[in-house]
Design a protein around this ligand. Structure first.
Ligand SMILES: [Ca+2]
Ligand SMILES: [Ca+2]
Ligand SMILES: [Ca+2]
Length: 408
């Protein structure tokens, strides 16, 4: 841990609600802390409209796939953004609400050989969540086949907000799907704690569909790993559930080195949080919503004590922002001042970029930089370099993608 990291923690820990005991090993100081800072950033894709995701295909091509909320995926080929979209499903995507649209993209671990990728969008019929598989075209690796859609899941959405949206393949090869609580405010139907609903959950399914349980609450064309934590056959619990008690997991990722899972769960009124599930976990974590918001009671009617739930590793109050954007554990080559193994994330509203890391068994939290950006998502290049979307939310082409590239 560097000196400026320690100094900053003294001022930040009280804001995080961490106890004096947790901070007891830190030196006292009244010196204003320096920021660790971000490395030089390169704008790789200017003049975009509502970029909400950055994904690599893991196929050695070096390309980045940028998801645009209105319903397109475009390609940065390592040099430039290609004029022809990889996929354009704008006509079937409902992006009328600020949290609706084409929200997630994940490439199959065997994409290089099978050409499958998965998208998560809200549809133009009821604003419901759809998880669908598409295939790359046989003739052109930079264009997908728009007629190749295979629907896996359709999930009713009672309100336009809190749709989650992230898709990630875990180190176990299963597809993880982050679902928000359905929306409105305060989770009025208590979906997060209801095991018969897919809303407010982390789901885990097997898209290869060869073994396991049949689909229970979601759809078709997948199976459910038999060791999912709430499997009870058709009916009852939704067997797709891996974790519960989420409000709106706006981006979750797996540490590319360790396989640990990190979730940025957007708070309601007061607290933003990062949840962490260690690699190899049997699942079943209950992250607490709507009983608890971060480490604080929210609506505890019908709830157990906070000790019954799985708390965040880090939280910050709305004095520092208003909506967390979960990021990545940094394992790349170009942030020597940041350090390998730091979990990097941001607040969409304030532009603050943060880092969290474990020190002597305790989680520490550092502001890396207070930026002017509206960071809606992070992404990684295949080399582990960090990128993010600056999403002005404007329909004019005023948004962009920036990366910390090792070639700088
Ligand atoms: Ca919703
Ligand atoms: Ca069931
Ligand atoms: Ca929580």
């Amino acid at each position: 841990m560097t000196a400026h990291w320690k100094l900053l923690l003294v001022s930040v820990l009280p804001l995080l609600g961490l106890s004096a005991a947790q901070a007891a090993d830190q030196p006292e100081s009244t010196t204003p802390p320096a920021e660790a800072g971000l490395p030089p950033l390169t704008t790789i894709a200017p003049n975009l409209v509502k970029p909400v995701g950055i994904t690599n295909a893991g196929d050695g091509s070096g390309r980045l796939f940028i998801t645009l909320q209105d319903g397109k995926i475009i390609i940065w080929d390592g040099t430039q953004v290609l004029a022809t979209p990889f996929l354009d499903i704008d006509p079937i995507v409902n992006s009328s609400g600020s949290e609706q649209g084409l929200l997630g993209l994940a490439f199959h671990p065997d994409y290089k050989s099978n050409g499958y990728f998965y998208v998560n969008y809200t549809d133009n019929t009821g604003g419901d969540t759809v998880i669908a598989r598409y295939s790359v075209s046989a003739a052109n690796p930079n264009v997908a086949n728009p007629a190749s859609a295979l629907i896996l899941m359709e999930i009713d959405q009672p309100f336009s907000n809190h749709n989650g949206g992230q898709l990630q393949f875990g180190p176990d090869g299963y597809l993880y799907i982050g679902m928000g609580d359905g929306g409105s405010a305060g989770d009025p139907f208590n979906n997060g704690q209801n095991l018969t609903k897919l809303l407010g959950k982390m789901l885990r399914i097997d898209v290869n569909g060869l073994v396991g349980q049949p689909p229970d609450c979601g759809g078709s064309n997948y199976t459910i790993p038999s060791n999912n934590p709430f499997v009870d056959g058709l009916g009852g619990n939704c067997d797709e559930i891996w974790q519960l008690g989420l409000r709106n997991p706006w981006r979750f990722t797996f540490d590319r080195l360790t396989g640990d899972m990190y979730i940025g769960d957007v708070g309601q009124d007061s607290w933003e949080e990062v949840d962490r599930q260690p690699a190899g976990s049997a699942g079943g974590q209950n992250w607490g919503w709507r009983c608890y918001e971060g480490n604080h009671p929210f609506n505890t009617a019908g709830c157990g004590p906070i000790s019954d739930y799985d708390g965040p590793i880090v939280e910050y109050s709305h004095s520092l922002g208003c909506s967390i954007t979960g990021g990545y554990v940094y394992r790349g080559p170009v942030m020597p001042g940041l350090g390998q193994g730091t979990y990097v994330y941001a607040d969409f509203c304030s532009g603050r970029v943060w880092g969290a890391r474990q020190q002597a068994g305790k989680w520490r939290h550092l502001q890396l930089q207070d930026t002017p950006y509206m960071i809606s998502s992070f992404g990684e290049t295949e080399a582990g370099e960090l990128c993010f979307t600056h999403d002005t939310t404007s329909s004019a082409p005023t948004s962009s993608v920036l990366c910390a590239l090792s070639s700088n």
